[in-house]
Ligand binder design. Structure first.
Ligand SMILES: [Zn+2]
Length: 380
């Protein structure tokens, strides 16, 4: 039976609408119609009590949540637990993200995502493989012993996920433009991160299929007067997407406001870079044998290195409004439609529109999450 979501403020393509109901049929959005439409009257009605109905958030960088770290447990159960933890904060689509690790761990992670997708684990859309093909000079919290260059032998592994998307964060200077081209041709989304590349090296990579920048400003060569660096190349290129962590800590909000003025907003996407502490009471965990503790709201290693974030996506969206001055509808698109388009899923995810997958989040005016739907289903 169809479900009619009535009496909400619905974020459609032209802003919030109070005069429309959203009709769901199975896993899809069938129509946006007036609530007295005949199809609505025949459907099971669900009263949204005046709350905000948004496209579900899509997070392309999720290392963990609910006390689980994907690197430590590259399993279907871990993916399910991480997805459940983030769903409570409005995330209805995500890429479990593996930090630099041995290739057998990468292979196990890809296999786990494949099984999770086939089993219908809610929200999992593919995998983000962040490293090990990165530059030790910009390693951040990644383990330098795991890092390596990207050669021909890795292509089979990185292109082995058939259903679902594969996002690879690499340092372009640790491979060749031809390898980036091969990944792109195989359907892999390639993003530059943990990279010390020059502006010119990034320009060449962009020509060969690089389309993204991972946590812009963090772990990359910076914009300076005579060398624009990775940051300068990212902001100078009109077409590529930039992931940003708006937790108030990874990048100064003033710097992000400047960045937003440099290129189209629809080329920015909000990411959490979340660690196991998100959605968990325990605020310490181990990464590769090192103790990471949330201190002043951000996970840090004992040497003070930032280790991902302790932020959930609802908070990040609220921060985009409050710290960056982005209007709420645009902040929501930066967490739904734009990352969907980055992954090549813009035709099915990220909008409340007919034919789209019914991935939705209902929030109050403070972005407190009231309900979520993934493929038309509320949590079991
Ligand atoms: Zn990183």
């Amino acid at each position: 039976m169809a479900v009619a979501l009535v009496n909400g403020r619905v974020l459609g393509d032209d802003g919030f609408r109070e005069d429309l109901a959203v009709l769901l049929e199975g896993a899809r959005i069938a129509a946006l119609v007036p609530p007295d439409d005949a199809r609505c009257r025949r459907a099971e009605r669900h009263d949204l009590e005046g709350q905000l109905l948004l496209p579900g958030f899509l997070d392309t960088q999720v290392n963990g949540g609910g006390g689980v770290l994907f690197n430590a447990e590259p399993t279907v159960d871990a993916i399910r637990a991480i997805g459940r933890a983030h769903r409570r904060y409005g995330t209805t689509g995500f890429l479990p993200t593996l930090l630099s690790d041995d290739l057998d761990v990468v292979a196990r992670a890809v296999a786990a995502v494949r099984v999770a997708i086939d089993a219908g684990v809610p929200g999992v859309l593919g995998i983000h493989i962040e490293g090990p093909y990165i530059n030790v000079a910009r390693k951040g919290v990644h383990n330098s012993e795991k890092l390596r260059g990207l050669d021909e032998g890795a292509i089979d592994l990185l292109t082995s996920l058939q259903r679902g998307r594969t996002l690879v964060t690499l340092a372009p200077e640790m491979t060749t433009p031809e390898m980036i081209g091969k990944l792109k041709a195989a359907g892999v989304v390639v993003s530059a991160g943990h990279t010390n590349a020059t502006y010119r090296e990034i320009r060449i990579a962009l020509k060969h299929g690089l389309t993204g920048f991972t946590h812009l400003f963090n772990a990359m060569s910076q914009l300076t007067g005579r060398e624009p660096g990775v940051v300068g190349a990212a902001l100078d290129d009109p077409d590529s997407w930039c992931g940003i962590i708006v937790d108030g800590r990874h990048v100064d909000p003033a710097v992000l406001r400047i960045a937003l003025r440099c290129k189209r907003h629809d080329r920015f996407m909000l990411v959490t870079d979340a660690m196991p502490s998100v959605g968990a009471v325990e605020k310490s965990f181990t990464l590769d044998g090192r103790v990471i503790s949330v201190t002043d709201g951000v996970p840090v290693a004992e040497d003070g290195t930032l280790a991902g974030s302790d932020a959930d996506m609802a908070t990040i969206v609220r921060n985009a409004v409050e710290l960056l001055g982005v209007e709420l509808p645009e902040a929501v698109r930066m967490a739904s439609r734009y990352p969907a388009e980055f992954l090549g899923l813009g035709g099915e995810l990220g909008r409340i529109a007919p034919g789209y997958r019914a991935n939705l989040v209902l929030v109050d005016d403070r972005l407190g999450v009231r309900q979520t739907w993934i493929d038309g289903k509320t949590p079991a």
